[in-house]
Design a protein around this ligand. Structure first.
Ligand code: ADP
Ligand code: MG
Length: 566
C-alpha cells in the first residue's frame, strides 16, 4: 500500500503554528509529553491484559527506551505499550479530542509569553514534538495487530501527514524525531540524561537510555541501556521520602500543566477504607472551569493498576478544579464508570477525599508563610468554592472557614477578610453579620444602605458576584451570628455600642413634621410600598427602600426576579 496523505484537523494546524512561536523558551517539555504518552500506552495495555492476558504475548516486561543517533540527527522514544493501528494513528495523531479547543485557540491573547503559559496549561501532547523536530516519524504496532499490520506515520508539521502499513517485529511504538539543527543539543548525552531523569523520576515503568560505555583501550565504544529512574509510582512512597520537586514534577506529568501546583495533599490511609490519594490544586483556573465539558476528575488506580482517567465520582462538582489520583484496594479491577456511580466504596471515598481537599485549603489558609498563595487560591477558585456552600451542606462549616470577603473596612479591592476576622472585630453588642449584594464592587461599596451601619462602626461584607445571592440564600449563621442583609427592614442594631453614637446626634425634627412627611410619601407612593417609616439607618441619603425581614427578599433578588419576568 502506498502512503496516503491526510490533512490535519484545522485546529491541529492552528495549534502547530502557535507552538513554533510561543514555546521556544520551554522546549524540553516535548520529552515530558513523549515519555508520558509512552507510559500511558503501557498503562493501557497493563489494564487491557487483566481481561486478556494473551495480549502480552512473549513480551511481558514493560519498558520505555530512549536513544539518540548523532549521525542521523534523530531522537527516538520507544515503548512496548498498547500501540496503534493505522486507523488509530490517523485519528489520534491528526485530531485533538479535547472539546472547547476551537474557542480556546480563538481566545489566546496576543501576548506571546502569556500564550506559552496558556498553551502549556491546555496540554499540547504529541504535537509538542514539532517544537524541536522538523519531521516526526511514528512506527507503531497495536497489541492486537499482526506483524504486517503496523503503521508508519510521518509529518513535517506543516498541515498534512502521511500514513501507510508497515511491519514491526513486536507490539509498541517508536516516535522518531528528526531534530532541527538548532535543537541538536538534545542529542548530547548529558543534556539528554538530565532531562530524561527529570521527566521519568516518578514513572512507574522503567525508563532506559542508550548510553555509550567508556571505551576500553584500543576498542570502539560500546552502547548499553541504562535505567534512569527507579520505576516506583511516586504515590506509593511514604510522603516523607518525596521531595517538593518530585511532587511538582509529578503534577506536571499528570496534568500537562507547566506551572507548579499551588499545594498538594498526599495521604495513605489504612483500616476500614484503604486508599492512597494525591490531590493537587493548580495555580490557575482552567480556561473552561465553567464549561460543562470541563475534563474533571481523578486518575483511578486499583491495586496500583491504572484503571481510568477523569473518574469524577470521587469529588463534588465544586471541587472540579482539583487534579490528582486515588489508588485503592477496595474496588474491583473491572470497575466501570457506571459501577462507580452506584458504588458504596466510591461514595465513601468521595466523602473522605472531599475532607482531604478542604483540609488542604484550610492548611494553606493557616500557613503564615503562604499568605500570597491563599490569595491566589481565592482569586482563582473562590467563586467555585462558593458553590459548595449550597451543594455540600455537610461540609458547610469547613467551607465557611475558607471564604474570603471584601468589606466596608477592608475596601472592595481587598478580598481577604475571613468570617473569623469579621467576628473578632465586631463592636461590643453587635450580634449579626451584615452584608450587602450589588452588581459591581463600586455599587456595593457605595450602597446607601450602608450609611447607618458605617456610622455605628459596623463592618459590612461586600458582595457582587452572581453566585453570591444564591450562596447567601443558603447561609443562615456563622458561629451563632445570623447573616442579615443591609437592606433588611430591621437591622437589629440596638445594643451596638459605637463610638460615634453620642458624639453627633442627627438634628432632631419634631414628631409633627415627621408625621407630615410620612403622610406625603404614603400618598405619593400608594400601593407601591407596604409602609413608610422614619428611621436613623441613613446618614447622608434622604430615603431608601428596605425589605421585610421575614421575607428576606433583597434588592438584588428583586431585580433578578423582575428580569425573569416575575
Ligand atoms: P493525550 O496524551 O492527552 O491523549 P497526546 O497528543 O499526547 O494527547 O496523544 C494523542 C493520542 O495519541 C493519545 O491519546 C494516544 O491515543 C495516541 N498516542 C500517542 N502516543 C502514543 C504511544 N506511544 N502509544 C500509543 N498511543 C499513543
Ligand atoms: Mg499525551
Amino acid at each position: 500500500m502506498a502512503a496516503e496523505t491526510h490533512v490535519f484537523q484545522t485546529k491541529v494546524s492552528k495549534l502547530l503554528k502557535l507552538l513554533a512561536n510561543s514555546l521556544y523558551s520551554n522546549k524540553e517539555v516535548f520529552l515530558r509529553e513523549l515519555v508520558s504518552n509512552a507510559s500511558d500506552a503501557i498503562d493501557k495495555l497493563r489494564f487491557a491484559a487483566i481481561a486478556k492476558p494473551e495480549l502480552l504475548g512473549s513480551d511481558p516486561v514493560f519498558s520505555i527506551r530512549i536513544s539518540a543517533d548523532k549521525e542521523a540527527g534523530t531522537l527516538t522514544v520507544s515503548d512496548n505499550g498498547i500501540g496503534m493501528t493505522l486507523d488509530e494513528a490517523n485519528e489520534h495523531l491528526g485530531t485533538i479530542a479535547q472539546s472547547g479547543t476551537e474557542d480556546f485557540l480563538e481566545h489566546l491573547s496576543a501576548d506571546e509569553a502569556k500564550n506559552a503559559q496558556q498553551i502549556g496549561q491546555f496540554g499540547v501532547g504529541f504535537y509538542s514534538s514539532f517544537i524541536v523536530a522538523d519531521r516526526v516519524t511514528v512506527v507503531s504496532r497495536a497489541a492486537t495487530a499482526g506483524e504486517n499490520e503496523a503503521v508508519r506515520w510521518e509529518s513535517d508539521g506543516s498541515g498534512t501527514f502521511t500514513s501507510e502499513l508497515t511491519t514491526r517485529a513486536s507490539r509498541g511504538t517508536d516516535v522518531i524525531l528528526h531534530l532541527r539543527d538548532e535543537d541538536k543539543n538534545f542529542l548530547d548525552p548529558w543534556t539528554l540524561r538530565e532531562t530524561i531523569t527529570k521527566y521519568s523520576d516518578h514513572i512507574s515503568t522503567p525508563v532506559y537510555l542508550l548510553e555509550e560505555k567508556p571505551a576500553e583501550e584500543g576498542k570502539t565504544p560500546d552502547k548499553d541501556w541504562v535505567q534512569v529512574n527507579d520505576a516506583k509510582a511516586l504515590w506509593t512512597l511514604p510522603p516523607k521520602e518525596v521531595t517538593d520537586d518530585q511532587y511538582k514534577e509529578f503534577y506536571k506529568h499528570l496534568t500537562h500543566d507547566w506551572e507548579d501546583p499551588l499545594c498538594w495533599a498526599h495521604n495513605r490511609v489504612e483500616g476500614d477504607l484503604e486508599y492512597t490519594s494525591l490531590l493537587y490544586c493548580p495555580s490557575a483556573a482552567p480556561y473552561d472551569l465553567y464549561n460543562r465539558d470541563l475534563q474533571k476528575g481523578l486518575k483511578l488506580f486499583v491495586e496500583r493498576v491504572f484503571i481510568m482517567d477523569r473518574a469524577d465520582a470521587f469529588l463534588p462538582n465544586y471541587l472540579r478544579f482539583i487534579k490528582g489520583l486515588v489508588d485503592t484496594n477496595d474496588l474491583p479491577l473491572n470497575v466501570s464508570r457506571e459501577l462507580l456511580q452506584e458504588s458504596r466504596v466510591a461514595a465513601k471515598l468521595k466523602k473522605a477525599l472531599t475532607r482531604r481537599a478542604l483540609d488542604m485549603f484550610a492548611k494553606l489558609a493557616d500557613d503564615k508563610d503562604a499568605k500570597e498563595k491563599y490569595g491566589v487560591f481565592w482569586t482563582q477558585f473562590g467563586r467555585v468554592l462558593k458553590e459548595g456552600i449550597v451543594e455540600d451542606p455537610d461540609n458547610r462549616k469547613a467551607i465557611l472557614g475558607l471564604l474570603r470577603f471584601a468589606t466596608t473596612k477592608a475596601g472592595a479591592s481587598d478580598i481577604t477578610v475571613s468570617l473569623a476576622d469579621y467576628v473578632s472585630r465586631m463592636p461590643e453588642g453587635q450580634k449579626n453579620i451584615y452584608y450587602v449584594i450589588a452588581n459591581t464592587p463600586e455599587a456595593a461599596e457605595g450602597s446607601p444602605y450602608l450609611e447607618g451601619l458605617k456610622k455605628k462602626g459596623v463592618e459590612v461584607l461586600l458582595l457582587w458576584e452572581r453566585i453570591d445571592e444564591w450562596m447567601m440564600g443558603a447561609l443562615t449563621e456563622f458561629e451563632g451570628h445570623k447573616f442579615i442583609p443591609a437592606t433588611a427592614a430591621d437591622l437589629e442594631l440596638e445594643g451596638v455600642k459605637s463610638k460615634t453614637d453620642e458624639a453627633e446626634k442627627p438634628s432632631e425634627t419634631s414628631k409633627e413634621e415627621d408625621d407630615k412627611a410620612v403622610a406625603r410619601f404614603k400618598a405619593a407612593l400608594g400601593e407601591k410600598v407596604a409602609d413608610v417609616r422614619i428611621s436613623d439607618r441613613l446618614v447622608d441619603s434622604a430615603a431608601c427602600v428596605v425589605g421585610q425581614h421575614d421575607q428576606m427578599l433583597t434588592e438584588q433578588m428583586r431585580r433578578m426576579l423582575e428580569a425573569a419576568g416575575q
